[in-house]
Write a new protein. Structure first.
Length: 264
């Protein structure tokens, strides 16, 4: 532990994992804790949030676990209230929740479009609505929104609502960064590329013959010839949340093994 975040509290939405291993949110929560932050682990599954919180406690950190549906403001506000009761402040807001749904404009249903936009974009708006007044009163804070490389380019998968929702997260973050810069509140996006996390084994296998084909194909996509991991996103998150990034706001950090530099 280097204590880059000592004395700070991080509220992490999407801190659980949908399966065994390290998702982006789970890894970020643990990475924040290892740098000295107190963590509020929030997930739609209380069991998943507790798993992450327990890992932090086992390493000597401080953490609480809360369940919340990030599409419901009342549940977000309850998680914020629990965080303030436990730790008295919120210095870092980490928005990690996201889903995808297959289909282009013709194939996708209206219901699937609405659901993806609600979970991926509206959730960020609601979390910021609940936390920004606290950060403003404290005199500052850092917001890390997990977007996607799909926000800025075609990634090879036909999910139109995901592209649109993540692009919305990017521009929301830019606007937020400019509006709140005078108040010492920074907001940045991380754009993961092709990642090897539990999420892909839940939602991406349908595009391939089997898991082995999926892993091999995805490893070939980035110039580095390997997928990234949740820890790659976690380390980028720690940097953007820390005082090392005190003059960085409104940026979009691609964590993708160089994929954004290539021609589609």
């Amino acid at each position: 532990m280097v204590d880059r975040l000592k004395g700070k509290t991080a509220l992490v939405f999407g801190a659980g994992s949908v399966g065994e291993g390290w998702g982006n949110g789970k890894a970020a929560a643990v990475a924040y804790a290892r740098e000295g932050a107190k963590i509020a682990c929030v997930d739609i599954s209380l069991e998943a949030a507790e798993t992450t919180a327990n890992l932090i406690r086992e390493e000597g950190g401080e953490a609480i676990a809360c369940a919340a549906d990030v599409t419901r403001l009342a549940e977000i506000e309850e998680a914020v209230k629990a965080t303030m009761t436990a730790f008295g402040r919120i210095d870092i807001l980490h928005n990690n929740v996201g889903i995808n749904s297959s289909g282009g404009p013709v194939e996708a249903s209206e219901e699937s479009w609405d659901k993806v936009m609600e979970v991926n974009a509206k959730s960020v708006f609601l979390a910021c609505k609940a936390v920004l007044p606290i950060m403003e009163k404290q005199g500052g804070g850092a917001i890390v929104n997990i977007s996607s490389l799909a926000a800025i380019r075609w990634t090879g998968y036909p999910y139109i609502s995901y592209y649109a929702s993540k692009a919305a997260v990017n521009n929301f973050t830019r606007a937020l960064a400019v509006q709140y810069a005078p108040k010492n509140i920074r907001a940045n996006c991380i754009l993961p590329g092709v990642m090897d996390t539990p999420h892909i084994y839940q939602q991406m296998t349908g595009y391939y013959k089997d898991v082995e084909e999926m892993v091999a194909a995805r490893n070939e996509i980035p110039p580095m010839k390997r997928m990234g991991t949740g820890w790659d996103i976690a380390m980028a998150s720690v940097f953007l949340a820390s005082d090392e990034a005190q003059y960085i706001t409104g940026t979009e950090l691609c964590v993708d093994g160089g994929l954004h530099c290539t021609v589609v």
